[in-house]
Ligand binder design. Structure first.
Ligand code: UDP
Length: 239
């Protein structure tokens, strides 16, 4: 087995990635593949925290009906959507014998533990996967920001950002055939060029806390293992 270069990672999976080709709802084949890879990570001795998005069900800004709904409440729905995804991923983890706990930023004691940093770290140290739900618990934030926040709190070595694109490009590769993919880019360049890696709040939080972000495509979930072994499977954003 190859030796991992990271000890503790924060994996972020967007809701859309969990929907597979359907783009909404849940694709249990994709979730199963992701959980298989998470199991391999644990077998390699890597501690895994997971933040899951909710965009496969609801995005506050996009789905609030152009002002028909108050934004804060629309974001509450988005945070609930992330919890639905967390429960689905936790269930598949359990079916595969992966020890897992869900912790939510908004209390829902009947279905998940509340987020408590020290408890989350203890779970990780015991080899359990911790799935962080409900984003940051605040409206106007994204689950990318939640991923950076939790990564900082649990002292993760890296944020593995699994998306539907395979890296950071100089322009939108769908619209511009001359767009080039970066192997590595600085936070400053991402912010200055308004590159669509993460939102600016998430990017600046990772910059201020010196947490490298590796963006790669979830299409091949084995990319997660390659990333753990230090292979550059996408684009690394760092200082
Ligand atoms: N959300 C929020 N606060 C957070 C994280 C998420 O209000 O800290 C809401 C927001 O409405 C967002 C939705 O949850 O649109 C789903 O999260 P996100 O769009 O980040 O999911 P992803 O794009 O990763 O699937």
């Amino acid at each position: 087995m190859e030796k991992p270069v990271y000890h503790r990672v924060l994996l972020k999976i967007s809701g859309e990635a969990l929907a597979g080709d359907k783009h909404s709802g849940l694709d249990f084949e994709v979730i199963g593949q992701v959980c298989d890879v998470i199991k391999k990570c644990l077998d390699m001795g890597v501690q895994v925290g997971l933040v899951v998005g909710g965009g496969n069900f609801w995005r506050g800004a996009k789905n609030s009906g152009g002002g028909k709904m108050e934004r804060t409440r629309a974001d509450h729905i988005g945070m609930l959507a992330t919890v639905m995804n967390c429960l689905a991923v936790a269930d598949v983890c359990e079916q595969k014998g992966i020890p897992v706990r869900v912790q939510t930023a908004l209390e829902m004691r009947a279905i998940a533990e509340p987020y408590i940093r020290s408890r989350a770290i203890r779970h990780l140290e015991k080899g359990r996967v911790v799935i962080f739900g409900a984003g940051t618990g605040n409206p106007y934030f994204s689950t990318d920001t939640a991923a950076v926040l939790r990564a900082a709190e649990i002292d993760a070595d890296v944020i593995l950002l699994a998306k539907n694109v395979d890296g950071v490009y100089s322009a939108d590769p769908v619209k511009d055939p001359t767009a080039v993919k970066y192997d590595s880019i600085s936070y400053d360049e991402v912010l200055a060029q308004h590159l669509m890696v993460m939102d600016t709040t998430a990017t600046s939080l990772s910059m201020d806390n010196h947490i490298p972000v590796l963006l790669f495509a979830l299409k091949d979930p084995e990319n997660i293992i390659r990333a753990l072994c230090g292979e550059n499977v996408g684009t690394i954003v760092k200082e």
